[in-house]
Ligand binder design. Structure first.
Ligand SMILES: [Zn+2]
Length: 401
């Protein structure tokens, strides 16, 4: 805080052109600078735009914006767009403080975010590095949201190119040609470069994409899911160039946005944006047993995608071994900690029972923390009333062989 003990010691304080600042003057100026910067931050930061945060540690002196610790690391890695200073630790020149107070995040965003397409994914602090870094580069380095013509790679309604796709049999990544066409309503890929027939046609209607760098083992790893005959299929892809991968991701979001605009005329952008892509609610290993509850429990990889609980032998399998629909409590779905007393054959000690109108599903988690997390994820969907469309999905699950 202000070093009041030394303030006012010298009658020369505050007088311009009279010798050099004393060390205590510099301390006062520094403290004032910090205060001015903090007040500017509080007044000039829009909480609704992009990467919002509460207390800044850093300032980009070149852009005139405040940055949290996480974002400062990204800016630091792109030195030609940002020169960083710590608000608290660095010393400040009056001109720098003046520049920053004249800009601030809201003014900078009005310039650099003047035309962000509604479907464009705005990352949060919990998103993967590639998404956060490409947002910063798109905004400040390439200035894509100032010049609409730079948005063509994801806004054109058509995108074609090569991605590395994980092969089903041996897990090797192979170069495959992909075409996304809004006109055809599909994302397709081709096994051979000159192939006429696509290996898969993924309808935009059921398409989802989510970055999964850890699971895929590549910083740009993207999991694409779609429904075929009402069952979930996965493909795993990456591109060496982060911009290319994020452009694909936003092109998929654009296609889904335009699809939904047609399917739900009159719906607002705010209603449609959450429907474009979704992250999984939870993933991880649990043990499960079969419908008779007499078989030994087997360890499986589970993915909770909205109301679909899917299980796989391997996290990178193309097909789920099974899918369980989890409805709402109004429709007799229940999540209980523990297993029925007679249950046998499990190794992990932390049980979960999911009660559906048809049967009970028994799971076991390795740790209590995992059990709690899974129960919380299940509880979130059980507590949410079902939409009319979800009754149709539930009906399909019931009639599955
Ligand atoms: Zn941040």
């Amino acid at each position: 805080m202000f070093p009041t003990s030394s303030a006012g010691k010298s009658p020369m304080n505050g007088e311009k052109g009279f010798g050099k600042d004393t060390p205590s003057d510099r301390t006062i100026n520094q403290a004032r600078s910090i205060l001015v910067l903090r007040v500017t931050f509080a007044n000039r930061t829009s909480r609704t735009s992009g990467l919002s945060f509460s207390e800044p540690d850093w300032v980009s002196c070149t852009l005139g914006v405040f940055l949290c610790q996480g974002c400062s690391l990204i800016h630091r890695s792109i030195p030609h767009i940002s020169r960083l200073k710590s608000i608290q630790q660095d010393s400040w020149e009056t001109e720098e403080v003046q520049f920053i107070t004249s800009v601030g995040n809201a003014v900078a965003n009005a310039k650099y975010e003047q035309s962000v397409p509604p479907f464009y994914y705005r990352p949060t602090h919990s998103d993967c590095r590639v998404l956060r870094e490409q947002w910063v580069r798109a905004k400040y380095e390439r200035q894509e949201f100032m010049y609409i013509e730079k948005q063509e790679p994801y806004s054109a309604g058509y995108r074609e190119g090569f991605l590395w796709k994980r092969g089903r049999d041996n897990g090797q990544f192979l170069s495959r040609r992909f075409i996304l066409s809004e006109r055809e309503g599909a994302l397709k890929y081709f096994n051979k470069q000159d192939a006429r027939e696509p290996k898969a046609v993924m309808r935009i209607e059921t398409l989802n994409a989510t970055f999964q760098p850890a699971k895929i083992g590549n910083p740009c790893g993207l999991q694409i899911t779609y429904l075929k005959d009402n069952s979930t299929r996965n493909i795993f892809v990456y591109h060496e160039d982060s911009k290319e991968m994020v452009d694909w991701f936003n092109a998929i979001r654009a296609a889904r946005f335009h699809y939904h605009q047609v399917a739900f005329p009159g719906a607002s952008d705010t209603d449609l944006i959450p429907k474009l892509t979704r992250s999984f609610m939870k993933e991880g290993y649990m043990e499960k047993t079969g419908p008779k509850h007499t078989e030994g429990f087997k360890k499986r990889w589970f993915t909770m995608d909205d109301r679909r609980l899917m299980y796989f032998k391997d996290p990178l399998d193309a097909y789920a071994r099974g899918e369980v629909f989890i409805g709402s409590k109004e429709n007799s779905y229940k999540v209980l900690p523990g297993l029925p007393p007679s249950t046998q054959g499990y190794h992990w000690q932390h049980g979960i029972t999911i009660v559906t109108p048809d049967r009970k599903f028994l799971f076991a988690c390795e740790t209590e923390a995992e059990q709690k997390d899974w129960i919380a994820a299940f509880q979130r969907v059980v507590n949410r009333p079902m939409h009319p469309q979800e009754y149709a999905v539930e009906a399909h699950f019931k009639h599955k062989p």
